[in-house]
Design a protein around this ligand. Structure first.
Ligand SMILES: Nc1ncnc2c1ncn2[C@@H]1O[C@H](COP(=O)(O)OP(=O)(O)OP(=O)(O)O)[C@@H](O)[C@H]1O
Ligand SMILES: Cc1ncsc1CCO
Ligand SMILES: [Mg+2]
Length: 540
């Protein structure tokens, strides 16, 4: 059978590994369970099997693939693929060069290539449409199936770079599947985040091994995966993600929700911020818990209206941070991420990028230096944790905020004299292939909040960190019908108004600190956003 290449469905691509079969199953039975329940493409990848047995296995699997009308791809062994007339082969960077593979297989077979970086895309684009039909983009996350991984995992941001290269080099024919460490707990996040910067394409499919091959019930496992891939909404927090322009009325409603739900705000934060953050949280009618105990994160995340503030100013062990991200993502509770001093040192850059790869955040907030660096609009390293003193224009800051929101499919906040907030959640939409239907960072909703210059806000330590506490409290306090963007904007607007009020009441930075908590307390409990002094402007 010859498959028309444009008809190949890459959405759920099963790669075999007979070393992980559970007792009572065979390679054949696991593949059949997959095919019956929605696997759309099969690759035989048996690294340690002798040629004779490989061919026997391949012939067996080929029969069943034919029955389900699904193409069969052979990993690496071009000879085996030719011998059994398989539908295609998949080769890695170190395997036989692609032009030779094509010469041997002829034009009609499917050829897949493992790609990890943009320069490899440039190569395949130069070869043109007759060489590589699809690429396996990875390794996305750490995985046990690669025995000697040569590359460190690229994460969604690495996959975005590959998708961008496909667009840049105009390799429109080339399809993509994500590969490496994909499981039900990260598939939707990967589909949602891995979108080219021009919004025109996302991954065409998900490729995986162990979730089907090692499953005691491969039918149920495949049904679950299929359902996950077909779901077009990624509800990573249990509140509304729909686009809206916040108003005094909607912010008033957010505050009422926070008042009655009294969220539990777990702070994993720096030592300087601990006490201030706990008091700010209490001023907002919420309950702080400053905890870095790994064994309790799952329990905390399951408490109604739990919310996590993850601030990397000084850090807990990385395993604890990942466990916390996992625990909150697992139960769709919001995480507010503050990458303090993001670009100050290689250590911070590496740690923050590692965490950004690991989870889905409801909000990413930073000062102007952090957001500009995250957006790759500025390469100047920060001096410590404070924003640089250079003046940036509003348009540049808004753009950086939108880029961060788009990249991480989150609500991004950039602080300074003017605060910017952009919504990159796309209502939680996640789609294979079509990305954001061409919507780019510039098209994202973005607002600006200002209240004149309040330099004293930058003269106390951890004022940005405590805005993080305020956001975490507001997003945690939402009802399921509450709106995430309203909550983040409401928090920033309240904080700016409180800052101004406190600056008129204080005598210096020492009393400003105290006055800021008083002002937050007063404004929150009065709940009259229509009277707040900070202004909210639509920037886009
Ligand atoms: N010149 C200013 N005028 C008005 N508001 C300001 C000014 N500078 C900072 N702010 C406000 O102060 C808060 C902290 O912002 P900043 O950009 O200083 O954060 P940060 O560097 O992360 O703070 P930290 O790391 O000390 O916690 C924000 O709410 C911001 O809006
Ligand atoms: C001063 C300082 N150092 C690490 S975190 C922090 C608080 C302000 O970001
Ligand atoms: Mg900060």
């Amino acid at each position: 059978m010859v498959f028309a290449k444009e008809d190949v469905n890459y959405s759920l691509y099963l790669v075999t590994d007979s070393t992980m079969l559970p007792p009572g199953t065979t390679l054949y039975s696991q593949v059949e369970a997959g095919l019956k329940n929605g696997v759309t493409l099969v690759q035989i990848r048996e690294k340690d099997t002798e040629t004779g047995s490989f061919i026997e296995e391949a012939l067996d699997v080929q029969k069943i693939c034919k029955k389900y009308n699904v193409p069969l791809i052979i990993n690496d062994r071009i000879d085996v693929a030719m011998a059994i007339d398989a539908d295609g082969v998949h080769v890695g960077q170190q395997d036989m060069p692609i032009p030779m593979v094509r010469k041997l297989l002829g034009p009609s077979k499917i050829i897949g290539w493992s790609v990890g970086k943009p320069s490899e895309v440039e190569t395949l684009a130069k070869w043109g449409p007759d060489m590589v039909d699809y690429i396996g983009v990875g390794t996305l996350f750490p995985t046990l199936t690669k025995k000697n991984p040569k590359k460190s995992p690229m994460g969604p941001q690495g996959a975005i770079a590959v998708l961008d290269a496909l667009e840049e080099y105009k390799a429109s024919w080339c399809r993509t599947v994500g590969i490496g460490g994909l499981h039900p707990d990260n598939i939707q996040r990967v589909i949602s985040q891995c979108v080219a910067t021009n919004g025109k394409r996302s991954l065409d499919g998900i490729s995986l091994v162990s979730d089907i091959m090692a499953a005691p019930d491969a039918c149920a496992a495949t049904v679950r995966l299929r359902e996950m891939i077909d779901r077009t909404k990624y509800q990573f927090v249990d509140c509304e993600l729909n686009e809206s322009f916040p108003t005094a009325v909607s912010i008033k409603s957010v505050i009422s929700q926070v008042s009655s739900n009294r969220p539990l705000v777990q702070h994993v934060t720096n030592k300087v911020h601990q006490n201030f953050g706990a008091n700010v949280t209490l001023a907002l009618g919420s309950s702080p818990i400053m905890s870095e105990i790994q064994s309790e994160v799952s329990e905390l995340a399951r408490i109604p209206n739990a919310s996590l503030l993850l601030n990397t100013g000084s850090v807990a062990p990385i395993e604890m941070l990942k466990a916390a991200i996992n625990a909150y993502n697992e139960v769709n509770r919001p995480i507010t991420f503050d990458p303090v001093g993001y670009s100050a040192t290689e250590t911070r850059l590496c740690l923050n990028n590692n965490l950004l790869t690991y989870g889905q955040f409801a909000c990413i907030k930073g000062n102007s230096s952090e957001i500009l660096f995250l957006a790759k609009l500025n390469n100047d390293k920060m001096k410590g944790v404070d924003a640089g003193s250079g003046k940036n224009d509003d348009a540049l800051l808004a753009r950086a905020t939108q880029i961060v929101a788009f990249k991480y499919k989150t609500i991004a906040v950039c602080t300074g004299e003017h605060d910017f907030i952009a919504d990159g959640t796309f209502g939680g939409e996640c789609k294979l292939s079509s990305g954001t239907a061409g919507v780019t960072a510039e098209g994202l909703p973005c607002v600006m909040i200002e209240n004149g210059s309040i330099p004293i806000m930058g003269d106390i330590t951890a004022s940005g960190c405590s805005l993080g506490s305020t956001i975490a409290s507001f997003v945690g306090g939402l009802d399921p019908t509450g709106n995430l963007f309203d909550a983040v904007v409401g928090a920033v607007l309240l904080y700016k108004t409180a800052g101004k009020l406190a600056s008129t009441r204080c005598q210096g930075s020492g009393s400003f600190h105290v006055q800021l908590i008083d002002a937050l307390y007063q404004l929150f409990h009065e709940n009259k956003p229509e009277k707040w002094s900070a202004s909210l402007k639509k920037f886009n």
